[in-house]
Ligand binder design. Structure first.
Ligand code: ZN
Ligand code: ZN
Ligand code: FE
Length: 774
C-alpha cells in the first residue's frame, strides 16, 4: 500500500442526474489516475476517490470546468475517508433501489452540438437520423412513464437496442452510456408522412425532401415534436400564414417562429449576447425579442406587436427540416391544437383533431407520455435580463428549492387562466408544465393526466390541497374533489409568495400585484394592489380605485365596456371630448350604462389589467380582444414607440395628475384615476400623439404606486418591494417600476424563473398552505 495515498468522499448536489454526469466523473477519474467509485444518491452524486494528493486536487479543479453542459453543480462537499485496500480501479456503482425514490427526472433537452455534428456527418451511422440523442440531449420528461429513469420505464421500451447501440449504452466512456432514449436507424423509431386520411404518402428516405417542398408550396404540416404536435407553415408567406390563421381561428394572436440559426434570427430581430444565450440554451425556449422592421417575415406573424417569438431547432428532425436548402427561411411553429384545447399528443388524435387545419402529418412511432408546450421567455433589457412567460418544455420538472421542508405533500391547484399545478415534496417544489385554461373536458383530463404523471414520477400523492378562494375556478373544484384537507389562498397573496419563494425572502414585505383578476376578501375582484405579506398572511394596504365590470367576464373580452365604465365612473361620458372614441358610441353604450346602474352582473374591480383595457379602448387601440391581454399588449406596443433606450426623462412624457386618498372604512390608500382619465381625454382630443399618451399612462401608474409605497414605508419601515401579477409581463411597466423603486432606495424583487402571471400562482398557493399548516 502506497503511504502517499489519500481517500476522499465527495457529494455533489445540483442537476447531476440523467445528464451524463457519472460518465464525466468516470472519464476524469481515469484521466487523473484515480481509483474509487461513484453513484447516484438521494442528494445527487456521491464519489469515493483514492489517489495521490496532486491527482485529487487536479480532479477537483476540473469538476466545474469540464462538467456536462446541461448539468449544474450547486454544492460540492468534500470529506476525508479511510483508505480502502485493493481498490485499484474506478467504476460506476449501480444505484441502490432505496435511493431511487428521490431521483428526479430531468427535463427534455435540445439536441447537443456533438449530435448535430454526427447528424450531418455522412460517415456516421446516424447520418440524417431524426432521433439521434445522447446523455447530453434528447427527450426525458415527455417519455418517462415511471421511475427509476431506466429504458424499460420509457416509451423507448418497445424498441430493442441493436448490438451497436447496446455496446455504446454499456460503455462508461461513451457519450451514450445509459442514454435511455438511445436509438439508431436500424433499431429506433422512424418517421411517417401521412395525408389527412392517415395514409403514408412517401418512402422514409424521401420524407424530409417532401416536407420541405410541401412547406414551400404553402401547405400546413402537423409535426410531432417532443411534447406534442406543432403546426408548421412558411412564415415568410403572407398567404400561408393567413391560411393557418383562418383555419386555426386565430386572427391576431402572435405566432412563434423557428429558424435554422442565430444568423437568420439576427436578420429578423434585434439580438444581443443575452438573447443569443437564451436562444441557444439547452431548454430551447421561444424568446420574445424586438422585431426588426422590414425583414422577410410575413407581417401577419405578430400584427401590431413590436415583439416576435423566435426559437431555434431543438430536435434532430427540426434540424433536418430547417437546414434543408429548399426549406423556407423561417417556419411558423405554433402549438398543434384546436383553439382552447390541449395540444395533440399522438398520431390518431392529431389526425382527428387537426384535420381541418393541417394538410399533412409528419409523425413518428415514439410515444409521448405527457404534453409539454414550448416554453416562452421575454427579454426585458440588458441590466434586467429576462422573465419567464411560460415555463414548460425544457424546464419542467426541474425543482425549485424551498427555504423550508414539509413533512406533508402539498398540491397548489392553480388559478383559472394559464393553469399549472405545483407539488411540494420535502424541501422542493415541482411546478407542472403549462396546461392552460380548463374550459373543456379535454383540458381537465389533461390536467389530471399531468398530475398523475408527475405525482407518480415523484412517488407521492398530495395530503393537502391549496386552492384559490374563488369557488368557481375549475382548479378549486378539482382540489376539493379529493376529500382531503383544503387550504384556501387569496389570489394575489399567492402571486406575491411565488416571488418570495423564488427570491428566498421570508417577509414581511410589500407586494405590488398588478393583475387581471382575482377574488379579494371583500368579495370584489382585485388586481391593482399593494399588500403587506409574509408566507402566512397578507393585509391590503392600497389599491386602485374600483371600477364596475359591466357584464363580468364579458367586460374582459370587450375592453370598450371598461372604457364606458371608466368614463361613467367619473361623469365624463357626456363630455364632448369623448366623441372621438368611436367604439363606445357605435356599440350599445346605453345598455352598458343600464347594467352598471342596476348593478346587474357588475362586480367591482380594482384590476390593473382592466384599467389598461379602458385606456387602450379610450385611445382607440382595441375595443374587442381576440386573445388574452391583447388590449394591454397593444397599449404597451404603442408606448414602446415613445419609450427611449435608457432612462425616461420628463421630456419623453406628459405628467398625468396623481390622486391618492384614504379609504375611510379601513384606512388603506386608494389610487384614484379621475384626473388621469380627464387628462388623457384632453390630450387625446387635442391630437397629442398616442404613443406619448400611452407611455405617460405607464409612468403615471408607476409614480402613483411609488408615492403610496413611500408613505407606507414611513409608517412600516419596510423597504422590500415585490412585483408580481400578469401586468408585469409588460416590459415597459416592469422596467419603469424596477428603476423607479431603486431610485427611491427600495429593494426590489420580481420573478425571473417563475411566470408572474397566473401560471406562477400554484407555487405560491402550495407554499402558503405549507407555511400555515406545517
Ligand atoms: Zn447529444
Ligand atoms: Zn441501434
Ligand atoms: Fe392573477
Amino acid at each position: 500500500m502506497n503511504s502517499k495515498k489519500h481517500a476522499i468522499k465527495i457529494i455533489i448536489q445540483g442537476i447531476v442526474q440523467g445528464v451524463g454526469f457519472r460518465p464525466f466523473l468516470y472519464r476524469n477519474a481515469k484521466r487523473f489516475g484515480l481509483s474509487g467509485y461513484c453513484s447516484n444518491t438521494e442528494k445527487g452524486v456521491s464519489l469515493l476517490l483514492q489517489g495521490e494528493k496532486s491527482q485529487l486536487i487536479s480532479f477537483l479543479k476540473h469538476l466545474h470546468k469540464d462538467s456536462p453542459e446541461i448539468s449544474k453543480i450547486i454544492k460540492v462537499s468534500v470529506t476525508t475517508h479511510p483508505i480502502i485496500e485493493d481498490l485499484d480501479n474506478f467504476y460506476i456503482k449501480q444505484t441502490s433501489s432505496s435511493g431511487k425514490k428521490d431521483i428526479f427526472p430531468p427535463p427534455d433537452y435540445a439536441t447537443c452540438k456533438e449530435c448535430i455534428r454526427e447528424l450531418f456527418d455522412k460517415k456516421d451511422r446516424r447520418y440524417l437520423y431524426p432521433f439521434i440523442n445522447c446523455t447530453n440531449c434528447g427527450p426525458r420528461f415527455t417519455i418517462i412513464k415511471a421511475l427509476p429513469y431506466d429504458r424499460k420505464n420509457t416509451t423507448m421500451a418497445k424498441f430493442n437496442m441493436c448490438p451497436l447501440c447496446k455496446k455504446e449504452y454499456q460503455d462508461p466512456l461513451n457519450r451514450r452510456f445509459h442514454a435511455e432514449p438511445i436509438a439508431c436507424p436500424s433499431c429506433g423509431p422512424r418517421l411517417f408522412l401521412l395525408d389527412k386520411s392517415g395514409k403514408e404518402i412517401c418512402e422514409q428516405k424521401e420524407i424530409i425532401e417532401r416536407v420541405t417542398s410541401l412547406l414551400r408550396q404553402g401547405k400546413i404540416i402537423a409535426i410531432k415534436g417532443l411534447g406534442g404536435f406543432h403546426l408548421a407553415v412558411d412564415a415568410t408567406s403572407d398567404k400561408a400564414v393567413l391560411k393557418l390563421r383562418e383555419r386555426k381561428k386565430r386572427p391576431f394572436k402572435p405566432l412563434a417562429i423557428m429558424v435554422a440559426s442565430l444568423k437568420i434570427a439576427d436578420q429578423i430581430a434585434i439580438l444581443d449576447e443575452h438573447t443569443k444565450k437564451l436562444l441557444t440554451n439547452s431548454s430551447a425556449p421561444i424568446v420574445l425579442v424586438k422585431k426588426k422592421e422590414g425583414s422577410f417575415i410575413s407581417k401577419y406573424i405578430a400584427p401590431q406587436i413590436k415583439d416576435i417569438g423566435i426559437m431555434l431547432p431543438y430536435t434532430p428532425l427540426h434540424h433536418l427540416i430547417l437546414n434543408h436548402p429548399q426549406t423556407p427561411k423561417a417556419l411558423v411553429m405554433t402549438s398543434g391544437n384546436l383553439s382552447g384545447l390541449p395540444i395533440s399528443m399522438d398520431t390518431d388524435s392529431a389526425l382527428n383533431e387537426l384535420k381541418e387545419i393541417a394538410d399533412f402529418f409528419l409523425t413518428n412511432n415514439r410515444d409521448i407520455v405527457t404534453r409539454a408546450d414550448d416554453s416562452v421567455i421575454r427579454y426585458i433589457e440588458p441590466s434586467l435580463g429576462s422573465i419567464m412567460i411560460r415555463r414548460s418544455r425544457g424546464f419542467v420538472p426541474r425543482s425549485i428549492e424551498l427555504p423550508f421542508s414539509s413533512n406533508k405533500v402539498i398540491l397548489g391547484c392553480g388559478g383559472a387562466m394559464k393553469t399549472t399545478f405545483c407539488l411540494i415534496k420535502k424541501d422542493k417544489a415541482f411546478l407542472s408544465q403549462h396546461i392552460g385554461e380548463l374550459e373543456y373536458k379535454e383540458n381537465i383530463d389533461s390536467y389530471k393526466d399531468a398530475l398523475r404523471h408527475l405525482s407518480s414520477l415523484l412517488d407521492i400523492s398530495p395530503d393537502i390541497y391549496a386552492v384559490d378562494m374563488h369557488p368557481d375556478y375549475m382548479t378549486t373544484r378539482i382540489g376539493r374533489s379529493y376529500n382531503k384537507p383544503v387550504v384556501e389562498v387569496q389570489h394575489h397573496h399567492a402571486h406575491a409568495v411565488s416571488v418570495m419563494i423564488e427570491n428566498n425572502i421570508k417577509g414581511p414585505c410589500l407586494a405590488v400585484v398588478l393583475d387581471g383578476t382575482g377574488l379579494g376578501d371583500d368579495g370584489n375582484i382585485w388586481g391593482g394592489e399593494i399588500l403587506l405579506v409574509d408566507l402566512k398572511r397578507y393585509k391590503r394596504l392600497a389599491h386602485l380605485q374600483n371600477l364596475s365590470l359591466p357584464g363580468g367576464d364579458k367586460a374582459t373580452l370587450e375592453p370598450w365596456r371598461m372604457c364606458v365604465s371608466l368614463l361613467c365612473k367619473h361623469n365624463l361620458l357626456k363630455d364632448r371630448r369623448t366623441l372621438s372614441i368611436s367604439s363606445i358610441h357605435k356599440k350599445n353604450k346605453n345598455l352598458i350604462l343600464q347594467i352598471i346602474e342596476k348593478g346587474l352582473n357588475t362586480p367591482l374591480t380594482s384590476s390593473c389589467g382592466r384599467l389598461f383595457d379602458a385606456i387602450s379602448a379610450m385611445l382607440c387601440l382595441c375595443d374587442n380582444i381576440y386573445y388574452e391581454a391583447q388590449a394591454a399588449m397593444l397599449l404597451e406596443a404603442e408606448a414602446s414607440k415613445a419609450y427611449p433606450n435608457g432612462s425616461i426623462t420628463d421630456k419623453d412624457i406628459i405628467k398625468l395628475p396623481i390622486e391618492i386618498f384614504k379609504d375611510s372604512d379601513n384606512n388603506s390608500f386608494i389610487i384614484g384615476h379621475k384626473a388621469m382619465t380627464e387628462s388623457i381625454l384632453s390630450l387625446s382630443h387635442n391630437k397629442i400623439s398616442k404613443d406619448i399618451i400611452a407611455l405617460s399612462f405607464h409612468v403615471w401608474l408607476r409614480d402613483s404606486f411609488i408615492k403610496v409605497l413611500d408613505k407606507i414605508r414611513e409608517t412600516t419601515d419596510i423597504n422590500t418591494v415585490l412585483l408580481s401579477g400578469g401586468c408585469f409581463q409588460n416590459r415597459i411597466l416592469l422596467s419603469l417600476f424596477i428603476h423607479g423603486l431603486r431610485e427611491k432606495g427600495f429593494d426590489v424583487y420580481w420573478s425571473k424563473e417563475i411566470p408572474m402571471s397566473d401560471a406562477g400562482i400554484s407555487l405560491g398557493q402550495a407554499a402558503i398552505a405549507m407555511a400555515k399548516i406545517c
